[in-house]
Design a protein around this ligand. Sequence first.
Ligand code: ADP
Ligand code: MG
Length: 378
Amino acid sequence: MAAVRFAEVHNSEPEGVWAAPGRVNLIGEHTDYNDGFVLPFALEQSTWVAASRRDDGVLHVESLQADEPVRFEVGELAPGGSGGWARYAAGVVWAMRAAGHEVGGLSLVIDGQVPLGSGLSSSAALECAVGVAANDLYALGLERAELARLAQKAENDFVGAPTGGMDQMASMLCTQGNALFLDNRTREVEQVPLDAPALGVRLLVIDTKVSHAHETGGYGERRAQCEQAAREIGVPMLRDVDLDGLDAALAKVGDEVVRRRARHIVTENARVLDTVAALRRDDLSEVGRLMVASHVSLRDDFEVSSPELDVAVDAAMSAGAIGARMTGGGFGGCAIALVREADVDAVGAAVAKAFAGSGYAEPGLLPAAPSQGARREV
Ligand code: ADP
Ligand code: MG
């Protein structure tokens, strides 16, 4: 649809069409800002951008998911300005130019399938689609990881959203049939086999439709507690505590709540490593066990779950899911369940029924298979 709309608006075919996916995190929550490990994979749902260069120095951005086109002068792009949603696109051009890359005018028409604001990273999908388009059209020759870094810079410094780098790394670097193991300290990545169809399973994303946007202090408070724990333990980051040293480390933390926060981070990092090992030997029941352990830790030690997320996980497990957990920052957003293909309908129905029984809004259900990251489509 992006290319069709482009032809209508600009009276010419776009030079090309690029796409980048949303993502969901299989395991490794709140570990990113502790220099730890995460294991996201790319969704099939992507954001498309039909794009052409233009020689008047104008960046013209339109989205089928937004009302009005937005116009910028590329030479005058600056953080914190107006432009609403279009700043996610303009920020990428700004970040590229700020890094010394010669990107000129562009006409962009965007069409996204990733639900906006559900925690599946429509923002990174948009940034990364624009990033690969500008990289190809202006022949910048940038590596994927560098494009991800510039997309993150766009979101952090141009839009002003203080997020980690997982979303953009996943959208840029994921490959079909794999999850992406990411070490947030070194930014090293490894492809980890998670070919759901070949394994006869599905990853079911359950959207509680409860927005975490209203949640204010929780995220900052958790970050501060993690920093406090690292300080009292005497390590640079909680990443530097391993499972063997956990009891000795926790004994140095005075506050009981802070101790539990630290325990979540250390055990969660271990669970990511264990999940990678289990996936490499196709041990899905171990993966499921680790997902549930992650949820319990996020619920009880880190206290970032919500009643809706707990109901989703419990209902999915009762209906035969192999594993289930909240995914994303918490306080709402999505859960993810690992489900045998034959059980997908039953698990979906059980979650919907449990939500209705609890008086919650109908959840969204999105069967997901690990898919290809950012790419040129046409
Ligand atoms: P998430 O990344 O979890 O979907 P964010 O709040 O980080 O949530 O990003 C959502 C925002 O990104 C939207 O409110 C909008 O400003 C922008 N956005 C993402 N995709 C599109 C799109 N296809 N069209 C217009 N704006 C988009
Ligand atoms: Mg986002």
